[in-house]
Design a binder for this molecule. Sequence first.
Ligand SMILES: N[C@@H](Cc1c[nH]cn1)C(=O)NCC(=O)O
Length: 407
Amino acid sequence: MRAAWIAFVIGSSFFLFEFVARIEPSLDTGTIAGFFGLSDSGFGTLSSLFFWIYAPMQIVVGLVLDRYGARKFILGGSLCCAAGVLLFAATNVVGIAAAGRVLTGFGASFAFVSALWLVNHWFAPERFAMLSGAVNAVGMVGAAIGAVALSDLVTAAGWRLVFAVTGLVGLGIFAAAFLFLREPRSPASDADTRPVEHVRQSLATVLGNGRIWALSIVGMLYYMPVNVYAGLWGTTELVSDHHRSQIAAETIVSMVFWGMALGSIFGGWVSDLLGHRKYLVLGGAVLTGLAYTTALYLPLSAFAEGALLLAAGFFGGFQMLTFAMAKEGEANDVVGTVVAFVNMIGIAGALIFQPLVGYLADAAGGNFALALGTVPACTALAALIVLFVPEYRHPDHVSDGGTAQPA
Ligand SMILES: N[C@@H](Cc1c[nH]cn1)C(=O)NCC(=O)O
């Protein structure tokens, strides 16, 4: 079990590191934009290069993990991610900074799915929901604490030094993976299919499967409030409709991330204990929607808004169970591809919903509360769809009581 826990720690540390790397440019937008001589929109494009490579890479990551295992990709991914951050810190040429951001996104794309793949193959099936929730929680807590701590550090020492130190931490994760990470026994250990055949078979299994599509859409709708409310419009809505100060609004919105960290572990723990996922996803989505509705439309104190958004995040954390439900329906040799696909659809939701809410707010004359009615609408739809998804466990995900072995 020592090797399994080491894999868990290295996988989640890589996820934490890449999460900090992805949000890092937002810590000092004005100074970084000025340094590279960029307008706001130019800076936005530079920062978003991360996601342009991150999102489509998900499916590639899933496919290669299932065929070749995780170790070499965690090594390569953490090295690229760290190198990208260091390149960004070291250059004053905008084209090189852009290349650094692409390299960061490329390397980062291996983190989350690899961590879940390692949890799947190192631990018993009845621990997957809680441990995958814990991976998610590490990312959430790390980003919440890291943003505050790094923000202070950026003010004190400047963004370039902070980027450089973060890049060195990434190199530390690479070194730890090189020294301590072992490959678990998995179908990838014995795979002898030709690469083209592997890609064809895995994609056919995943893309041709209505249950996986349904769960990916449930994940996208259920994750939508994180992308849209917590990640973009929540602070604006609290300032403009509830007359909170900027700092108060940011603090209230950050409750979503703290709640998610707690809820993704708790939801996973309860789910593993009961051996069920579906009705927790359904109930969690309903409660998430209710918490957002109350926070959006009732006149409340700042404390009550914070408490409701903590609850919204907490029940929102149960969305991690969509990964467990999706991968458990399939054989162990496509777990990476399934997890990667669900993740890709979930994060791609930001591309639709963030501009949609902006458009609706404009159309409603700047009424964000109205536009954010899409939040409970999405969680309600997620609850409705999951009601029709059968709960099914492939025999590969029924525990034989044994402990995973190294490859
Ligand atoms: N929780 C996932 C996103 C998701 C997709 N479907 C349901 N949830 C997550 O945080 N992924 C990390 C990442 O950004 O890749």
